[in-house]
Ligand binder design. Sequence first.
Ligand SMILES: Cc1cc2nc3c(=O)[nH]c(=O)nc-3n(C[C@H](O)[C@H](O)[C@H](O)COP(=O)(O)OP(=O)(O)OC[C@H]3O[C@@H](n4cnc5c(N)ncnc54)[C@H](O)[C@@H]3O)c2cc1C
Length: 321
Amino acid sequence: MSVLVYLESWEGKFKKNTWEAALYASKTAEALGSEAIGLCIGNLEDSAAEAGKYGINKVLHLNSGFESFDANAYGNAIAEIAAANGAETIVISATFNGKALASALAIASDSALLSNVVSLPESTSPFTVKRGVFSGKGFNLLSTDAAKRVVLFVPNSIPVIEGSGEASVESASASGGDATRVQVQSVDRVKGKIPLPEAERVVSAGRGLKGPENWGMIEELAEVLDAGTACSKPVSDMGWRPHSEHVGQTGIAIKPNLYVAIGISGAIQHLAGVSASKTIVAINKDPEAPFFKAADYGIVGDAFEVVPKLTEEIKKFKASN
Ligand SMILES: Cc1cc2nc3c(=O)[nH]c(=O)nc-3n(C[C@H](O)[C@H](O)[C@H](O)COP(=O)(O)OP(=O)(O)OC[C@H]3O[C@@H](n4cnc5c(N)ncnc54)[C@H](O)[C@@H]3O)c2cc1C
C-alpha cells in the first residue's frame, strides 16, 4: 500500500505547489501507515531528489513519449504506475493541468475522486477529507470507502515546511504507447509578472480606479509586496486590464496568503473567487462597501491617497528591516 503523488513540473522546473503536494502526500502516507512515492513526467531541469525535503523517499521518473501535457495520456500512465506500486491514494495538486488530469486519472484508475480538498485527511478509516464548496463559501466533510481514491488538493492549503533529505530517483515506464495525442504548438506567456494562481500575495483593483491610466500605483504596490496583480470583472470587460487578471466566480479562483482589494465593491461573484484568501485587506472610500464584511482589515479612504502612502510606508519598512 502506498500514496503516489504526481510531482508536476513546468518546463523542467518544480514550483512551490509541487512541494506542497509532496508534503501533503507524505503526511497522508504517515497517517495511513504507508509510504509516499513521487512521480514526475517529462524532461527535468530541476532535481526530483529535492522531494526528499518534503518526506518523499523515492521518486519515479517517466520520461519518454510525454513531451506535451495530455490529461488522458498522463492519466493512463499514472494509473498504470500507481497499480504497479500498490498506490491506493493518488495526490494531485489542483493546478490548471492538475484539475484536468484528476478526472481522467480517477476513471483510468477506477478511483473515487475527492476534489477541492483543503486539508489533510480528517480520518483514514473511512478516508475523510474537508472540501471547499459553494465557491469557497463553505466546507463539507467527504468520506469514501472506495478502495482507491484520487485526492485533488487545492494549492496553498497547508504550510510548506522544508526539511532535509534526498529522494532516490528511478526511471519508470508506462506501456500506454499512444501516449500524448495532444501537442502544444506554442505558448504565449504573460511576461515579467507573477502568475495569479501561484502568487502568494495579490493586489487587485476595481472600477473605483476610474481608468486604466491609474494602474501605475497598483503595479507599484504589487512590486513592493512582491505580489501578482488582479482585477474585478468589469475592469477586464472594459479592457482596462487583461482577462488573465480577472478573478471571481467567472474568472480565476485564487487563494493567496494576502489579497489587497482596492476600489472593489465586494460583490458576491467577486468574493466567490477570492474569499478563501488567508488575509484580506479592503481599501474603499465607501464605509458601507460589502467588501469590508469579508475583509480582515479595512481602510476607509480614497485609493488615490491611501495606496501611494501605503506603498511608501512598505518601502520604508523594507529599507529599515
Ligand atoms: C453571472 C455573473 C458573474 C460575475 N462574475 C464576476 C467575477 O468573476 N468577478 C467579478 O469581479 N465580478 C463578477 N461579476 C460582477 C459583479 O457582480 C460586480 O458587478 C463586480 O464585481 C463589480 O466590480 P467592481 O467592484 O470593480 O465595481 P463597482 O461595483 O462599480 O465598485 C467600485 C467600488 O469602488 C469604490 N470606489 C470608487 N472610487 C473609489 C476611490 N477613489 N477609492 C476607493 N474606493 C473607491 C466604490 O465605493 C465601489 O465600492 C459577475 C456578475 C454576474 C451577474
